[in-house]
Write a protein that binds this ligand. Structure first.
Ligand SMILES: [Zn+2]
Ligand SMILES: [Zn+2]
Length: 710
């Protein structure tokens, strides 16, 4: 086991979680496989007293989003706005304690990515290359692989994409598809040679290999093995540009119409999110401490599919740039499955996180079981039966029970005040064991064995339950139970009334301290419950160093005491299962709302040429009078640059004739003349109109009458 000793106060820790791609909603596998472990580690790092920043954000660029948006008839921005909000709410509800959750579509990120690239380019790590790419003559554009769909050469599936067949998972190139078509117009593409930019990973191969080898024994062997596997195959230059619009523009002559490949810009999001955080806290340079100074350590939490990116491509980019700190630790996690199968939204198979707030169960209960399922070494599996059993048998019956029996005992027998303890060897041993568990906990956490560390918390509640049970404090204070007391007093080994009372006091003093220690160690995993325990104890939650140090003193007055966790009945599980497996049709909502909306917008849209046909001009009102038998209308004489005109306007209920004289207004000068109530009308005044108000448009500076308005 590797224990990193970063005890100097200067040490800083940056924790990142793989940026979720926001064309979908997170399910429990995404939570257990990156956000939750990253959050637990960040909370632990703060608890251990290190200056910690936990950074995340949404990965918003790339063809999948551009293509989905096209198919839905919305802009990529509209699509990512929707999903960004959904994601952010879910992480907040689950108490994922991001210091900043940013977006790669923000300006700050575009700027950071372009500067990052320029440095890499200037240092000679970028070359031009030619790719043979599908081109749509109809749309006059290069088609990235996902823009081509056709029949899979392997399985014959009709909707295979140019990068992969969704049906048989075969990786494909667009030219391998049978009867390929452009996703925009359906035309068969032709192939053209197109210039692109490449990152020279080949030049960085030995440097990368050396760095990866230096992390052997620190990183998990799975992670090192994946990375070395890539090195052994030989690193090739890797394309960093794409022919789409949605993304970070390439700041290089001849490539202005391209954007960066999403694999290139997304990890730079870690840096831009840290920059954004620094700005938000009012110290715009603070991000440099985490990314450019030696005494910081960067921990990346990612799923296993992301290991090559974080051990080869991303560090390769950082080496090519030369300005930033390399990752200290890459924690690659496996997958969480659901009831014996892969989680699948299309098959409605899994737990979809947008439903969790509606399920009526606190976030800590979900966090509890998901922590048990963090796929640290192997794939793991959500099982409802096991969820129910673990919650009832461990959370409720062990940890919850120990805390509740301890605190309610103090309430009932010691007026809610923690009693004084006279520690015997056996009490000291219990507290010593607890201290040991806390030390083991810390070592396991630094080594990112989060599940094993979590077990230590329950080890303490087990110790506590056994200790409480063995000492039977309820017998020691039960003066009413005379018969038993008499029996006890016959044995010379047993204690007298006064001593029995003291013994009970000691036991409860020890147990109250164990409750506190449990709260401290529990806090990275189940933050709300940890706070609740401390709240019942009447003390603030301290730091990691407080665990096992008898922080709860005699005389401490407790607050109200209540059980911490609900027991889950069979019908609860049924209900939870039903609610959480619902699949929210976000995109369908989009289709209905946005499509209706869009049609109206399209109908109402005018071309610039159409707009130019309107002649809006300023005019001065010369005369105004009411019209007979028309209480809504005013007859106006106006001057438009020396021409006099008559206009009939429906503003009589809102303006007195007298107040209009001399006003400069805006009029449509070339409107076809009409006859209204027998009077000629040669134009129309512009006004802001609401249900109960009309306000004439006017100009905010003096201009000549007849000036063109546009
Ligand atoms: Zn196929
Ligand atoms: Zn096309």
């Amino acid at each position: 086991m590797t224990v990193i000793c970063i005890k100097e106060s200067k040490e800083r820790i940056l924790v990142t979680c793989a940026l979720p791609y926001v064309n979908n909603v997170p399910h429990i596998g995404n939570i257990a496989g990156s956000h939750l472990p990253a959050d637990i580690f960040a909370r632990f790092s703060r608890l251990a007293g290190y200056e910690t920043v936990f950074i995340g954000g949404s990965d918003e660029h790339g063809t999948p989003i551009e293509v989905s948006a096209k198919k839905l008839g919305v802009s990529p921005k509209e699509l990512t706005d929707l999903y960004y909000d959904v994601h952010k709410k879910i992480y907040e509800w689950l108490d994922i304690s991001y210091d900043n959750f940013s977006r790669t579509s923000l300006k700050e990120h575009h700027k950071t990515t372009q500067e990052f690239f320029k440095k890499v380019y200037n240092r000679g790590f970028i070359t031009e290359g030619i790719l043979r790419l599908p081109y749509c003559e109809q749309d006059r554009r290069v088609l990235p692989d996902r823009y081509v769909e056709g029949t899979c050469p392997k399985c014959g599936y009709d909707g295979a994409r140019g990068d992969q067949c969704e049906n048989c998972s075969t990786l494909l190139n667009p030219d391998e598809l049978k009867s390929p078509g452009c996703v925009i117009c359906g035309t068969a593409p032709v192939f053209r040679e197109v210039k692109h930019l490449f990152l020279n990973l080949d030049k960085l191969e030995s440097e990368l290999e050396e760095w990866i080898e230096s992390n052997r024994g620190i990183w998990r062997s799975q992670v090192v093995n994946v990375a070395i596997g890539w090195i052994n195959e030989g690193l090739k230059p890797r394309c960093i540009t794409r022919d789409i619009e949605w993304g970070v523009k390439v700041p290089l002559e001849g490539f202005e119409d391209k954007v960066f490949y999403v694999w290139f810009d997304a990890p730079i999001g870690y840096i831009s999110s840290t920059k954004e955080w620094a700005k938000k806290i009012g110290k715009p340079d603070e991000w440099k401490k985490f990314w450019q100074e030696k005494d910081s350590k960067i921990f990346h939490f990612i799923g296993k599919d992301n290991i090559p990116f974080h051990t080869i491509f991303w560090p390769g980019m950082l080496m090519a740039n030369g300005e930033y700190t390399l990752p200290y630790r890459v924690a690659g996690l496996q997958y969480l499955n659901y009831e014996g199968d892969k989680i699948s939204k299309s098959r409605k198979w899994g737990i979809f996180c947008e439903n969790l707030p509606d399920a009526g169960l606190g976030s800590d209960i979900w966090r509890y079981y998901l922590t048990l399922l963090i796929p640290e070494i192997n794939d793991t599996q959500w099982k409802w039966k096991e969820f129910q059993e673990r919650v009832n048998n461990e959370l409720v019956a062990s940890l919850g029970n120990f805390v509740y029996r301890t605190l309610s005992f103090i309430k009932d027998n010691f007026d809610g005040v923690v009693p004084e303890g006279k520690l015997l060897d056996e009490d000291r041993e219990v507290m010593e064991n607890c201290r040991k568990s806390a030390a083991e906990f810390e070592a396991l956490m630094w080594d990112i064995h989060l599940r094993d560390a979590f077990r230590k918390v329950f080890a303490i509640s087990d110790i506590g339950n056994r200790y409480f049970q063995a000492n039977e404090p309820w017998k020691l204070v039960n003066e009413a139970n005379k018969r038993q007391a008499n029996l006890l007093s016959r044995s010379p080994k047993l204690l007298g009334g006064q001593e029995r009372e003291e013994r009970a006091m000691t036991v409860l003093f020890v147990c109250a301290n164990l409750c506190y220690d449990i709260a401290v160690l529990l806090s990275p995993f189940m933050p709300k419950s940890a706070r609740e325990i401390c709240n019942q104890l009447g003390v603030p939650l301290g730091s990691l160093g407080d665990a096992g140090t008898s922080k709860i003193k005699p005389g401490q007055r407790l607050n109200d005491v209540a059980p911490l966790f609900p027991k889950l009945k069979d019908e609860d599980i049924k209900r939870l299962k039903k609610i959480t497996s619902k699949v929210t049709g976000y995109e369908d909502m989009f289709k209905k709302e946005e499509k209706g909306d869009k049609k109206d917008k399209e109908k109402a849209r005018v071309s610039y040429d159409e707009f130019r046909r309107f002649e809006f001009r300023t005019a001065v009102i010369l005369e105004a009078s009411t019209l007979k038998n028309a209480d809504r209308l005013l007859k106006l004489k106006i001057d438009v640059g020396g021409r006099e005109k008559q206009v009939i306007a429906g503003i009589a209920r809102h303006y007195d004739a007298g107040e209009l004289i001399g006003k400069t207004v805006v009029v449509i000068d070339n409107l076809e003349p009409a006859v209204i109530r027998g009077e000629k009308s040669e134009g129309m005044l512009l006004a802001a109109v609401t249900d109960d108000k009309i306000s004439l448009l006017t100009v905010d500076r003096d201009v000549e009458s007849g000036s063109r308005v546009m």
